[in-house]
Design a protein around this ligand. Sequence first.
Ligand code: SF4
Length: 200
Amino acid sequence: ISDINAQSITTPAINKHYPLCASHLQKNLILSSHLKYQGRQQLGLFLKGIGLNVDEALKFWSYQFTKSSNAINLEKFNKEYKYNIRHNYGLEGARINYKPWDCARILLKPKPGKGEYHGCPYRDLSVDALVNNLNEMGINDQQDINGVVDDVSRNDYTVACTRVFEITHKNQLGKNNKATEGMHINHPNLYFDRSRQLDR
Ligand code: SF4
């Protein structure tokens, strides 16, 4: 049975495998009990990709959207948001089984506006905000931080993300060099899957 469900996806045991784009979206969903359309699509399809089934997805999103008392109630959620989640799972409309977005697709989308959290944080956050996020991921070494910031200044966002993966998985990668071969992160779900694999 899958250990990915509406509860587990907010625990550190699962969240530690998220790339920054996914944790940035989920963190802000939890904080504001809402995400705008592009963010719902990006995070929703990422979660589908890690193995969250449609029933668990509906549990997760409805709880997040209705949890703050004066926001949205379940009736409104079911009316306005449920269809879209089922649609992403191929259960409505043209019944297409939509795939999670890769980094190239994410980087092609319009940049997030005010109150939006989709996109790639390596591109879209200010340097200060990015460094805060890196610190929160346990990256405190100045050389490591400079490396990431340099990648970002060259617009090499996936290189920055790959560097962060390598820094945050240094111990596991050291033990298993094979896992480093040809590794370049070009998909948020690849980041997640590789990270979990290294944990096993
Ligand atoms: Fe997400 Fe890709 Fe950006 Fe990494 S490089 S944060 S996986 S969009």
